[in-house]
Design a protein around this ligand. Structure first.
Ligand code: ADP
Ligand code: MG
Length: 683
């Protein structure tokens, strides 16, 4: 069959093409045969030809067609990794990086970390001399630019999952476009499931360089890989459901009762509701004596062993139920799924530059996402998708497409990275989707107050460069720098490590009361950050025992991760000349260091509030302490928080009590306006 190269006129992608699969049963064939059965295999020659002849190739293909696992191998086979060069493939999600790289290593019959390797933040499984195919997050590739601005060791960079339009993907695309001008030999592949191929092509086409140049075409090529999906029947609910979690649970159980065998994939929003659903399902299945169901959660913080279960074949006579975040939407392909239950929601970041608050909100997905989710049911045979929303809602209210993260994020990290790469004119940067000027200005203002940018909006030396060097949110990095002054860098580095993981607590064991009691054993009056120090201390004193963790409702895998991250942060700190010192039990020093990084997140308890209402000092936004915080119901007068989550209200997560005078000490400029008032910080 001849490959069909779609030109600019028709970039359309087929989602539910009902063509039958040519493969007939698998399990006995060699890895090589499996590889050849993937839809992308037919396009191997075409892809290699386009990459050879075009600076940029855009490849659109349905999830599971083999883009991520095969294309890097084709490139390697065609010689793109010869002469010490490396082929890179980026992903927005860490878990996907790990999963696909181990799959590719397996297919190539090599040991992961040698010829095929991966790098995610705080985890580098590559070998400088051996690694030829490297999977990494787009954020890590951005970081690599700080040492090697032209990414000179890479021959081809495949930016995968571009339709996700993650913040880092968009920054990367903007920068790669610049790099291409300086490195004409570099090849880019932009690949995704639902990309707006034409918009992407328009972004990469360079009018000035029209026409061939040394035989290399500057205009991007677009190739569409025809999938082999089966038809999927879509079922809507008749009336809106009041509680998507319960609706999802009962839908799963009725599928199990009424439908033939086949695995189920449920899309929920995050670890909390996924764990709750697993628990509800387990209970219901037990009480109604339902046999043969295996419930598996899937989210980014999942330990390695649990991830492997997701990919292992379903035992005969059993039905796997995978309950996932939108990571299973396009980033990972699960075999055997016949039924999809779509809650219609996902967790999304939203930033409001006026209030300067970035929220994590459970929000409706787009039609494009809903279609992707549906498509997951048609991989091995015709399937069914149960949408937990009405057809009318889908048609009339669901937005056609998601908003790029660039336009709904706090841009502090983004701006500092561009500054560190020497890009001064941030407002004039060529973005795939322009962020709002307000958000950019807010970011510049915060960075100025953090002492990271000077009056000319250039990185300060050394503080600005140091903050940029630490691979963490600039507020956390600043907190680490400030800890030197307060003599508590050891403690603050532990806190920074804990803030980099999801939670130190073990959730979802259905024992809220016991968990609360366990927390009380570590709870510090100062707040959550000091509590984390107590947990970490206990963990060390137990000899990093998993048994101790279990007894105390502490997440063992998370704590091991904290210890690992901590080591790496210490190494980075030493490299930057930061003095490592412990303040022993002087928690005031620790709180002052936290304030030096997080002053922008300061809140004051409303004077006559009986229900714990706080207002942010900067923009008078109403916020509350999250019930998971040790300061919930304690309600100190002044606090700073690490992040906000929204449900019915805006909740502060990871909260520490402070003295308001520290705010003006930490950031006189930032609180200038308040200072003009007489005694503004007094209650
Ligand atoms: P795409 O990137 O186009 O969505 P992939 O290259 O990720 O497709 O997947 C191609 C095929 O490889 C899928 O059919 C999937 O079954 C298989 N595969 C990918 N990752 C794994 C894995 N970790 N374990 C087992 N099979 C996998
Ligand atoms: Mg992929």
């Amino acid at each position: 069959e001849k490959p069909r190269i779609v030109d600019d006129e028709e970039g359309g992608v087929l989602f539910y093409s009902a063509s039958a699969s040519s493969s007939s049963g698998y399990g006995f064939s060699s890895m090589e045969k499996q590889r050849q059965r993937l839809p992308v295999f037919k396009y191997r020659t075409a892809i290699l030809y386009l990459v050879e002849t075009h600076a940029t190739t855009i490849i659109v293909g349905e999830t599971g067609s083999g883009k991520t696992t095969q294309i890097p191998q084709y490139l390697k086979e065609a010689g793109w990794a010869e002469g010490g060069r490396v082929i890179a493939c980026t992903q927005p999600r860490r878990l996907a990086v790990q999963a696909v790289s181990s799959r590719v290593a397996e297919e190539m019959g090599v040991k992961l970390g040698e010829e095929v390797g991966y790098t995610i933040r705080f985890e580098d499984v590559t070998n400088n001399d051996l690694t030829r195919v490297k999977f990494l997050t787009d954020g890590v590739l951005l970081r690599e630019m700080m040492d090697d601005p032209l990414l000179s060791k890479y021959s081809v960079i495949m930016v995968d999952e571009a339709h996700e339009r993650s913040l880092s993907t968009d920054i990367l695309l903007g920068l790669l476009k610049k790099i291409q001008r300086r490195r004409p030999e570099l090849r880019l592949i932009i690949s995704s499931a639902t990309i707006e191929a034409k918009a992407m092509a328009a972004f990469f086409s360079t009018r000035r360089h029209r026409g061939p140049d040394n035989g290399l075409k500057k205009e991007p090529a677009i190739l569409s890989v025809e999938g082999r999906g089966f038809s999927v029947q879509i079922c809507y609910v008749e009336a809106p459901v009041p509680d998507y979690l319960r609706a999802a649970v009962s839908t799963v159980l009725s599928i199990h009762d009424q439908e033939p065998m086949g695995d189920i994939l449920v899309f929920l929003t995050g670890q909390d509701d996924i764990d709750a659903a697993v628990q509800l399902l387990t209970e219901e299945a037990q009480s109604s004596r339902k046999q043969g169901l295996i419930f598996l959660p899937l989210y980014s913080g999942l330990p390695r062993a649990d991830q492997d279960l997701i990919f292992s074949p379903t035992p005969r006579g059993k039905r796997k139920v995978v309950i996932s975040t939108n990571i299973a939407e396009t980033s990972l392909t699960l075999e055997g799924i016949v039924y999809v239950v779509d809650s219609g929601f996902s967790k999304q970041r939203f930033y409001n530059p006026i209030t300067d608050i970035e929220n994590l909100i459970v929000a409706p997905v787009s039609k494009a996402s809903a279609r992707q989710r549906t498509g997951r049911a048609g991989r091995i045979r015709p399937g069914k998708c149960y949408r937990l929303y009405t057809e009318e809602y889908f048609i009339k209210e669901m937005p056609a497409e998601g908003i790029p993260e660039m336009q709904r994020s706090n841009l502090v990290s983004c701006v500092i990275q561009l500054k560190a790469l020497g890009i001064d004119n941030i407002l004039g940067f060529d973005w795939p989707a322009s962020p709002s000027p307000e958000a950019l200005i807010r970011a510049l203002e915060v960075l100025y107050s953090l002492g990271v940018l000077d009056d000319d909006a250039k990185l300060t030396s050394p503080a600005g460069f140091q903050v940029a060097e630490i691979p963490l949110d600039p507020m956390i990095s600043k907190m680490i720098l400030a800890s030197v002054e307060f003599g508590c860098s050891e403690e603050v580095i532990t806190i920074a490590a804990v803030l980099s993981i999801q939670s130190v607590w073990f959730p979802g064991r259905g024992a809220q009361k016991e968990l609360d009691e366990a927390k009380l054993r570590f709870a510090a009056a100062e707040g959550d950050h000091v509590t984390f120090l107590n947990v970490y201390k206990g963990f060390l004193e137990s000899g990093k025992s998993s048994n101790w963790c279990h007894k105390n409702f502490v997440n063992y895998h998370a704590m091991k991760k904290v210890a690992e991250i901590r080591l790496q942060l210490r190494r980075i700190a030493q490299h930057l000349g930061i003095v490592l010192k412990s303040c022993e039990s002087d928690m005031q020093a620790v709180r002052k260091a936290i304030t030096a990084g997080f002053f922008a997140n300061a809140c004051r308890l409303e004077p006559f509030s009986h229900n714990g209402l706080y207002k942010t000092v900067r923009s008078s936004q109403e916020v509350y302490i999250h019930p998971s915080s040790v300061l919930f119901r304690v309600n100190p007068k002044w606090v700073v928080f690490h992040s906000i989550v929204s449900t019915d209200r805006q909740y502060m997560r990871n909260v520490i009590s402070i003295d308001p005078s520290w705010l003006t000490e930490a950031a006189p400029h930032f609180y200038q306006r308040q200072l003009l008032n007489p005694n503004p910080l007094q209650v």
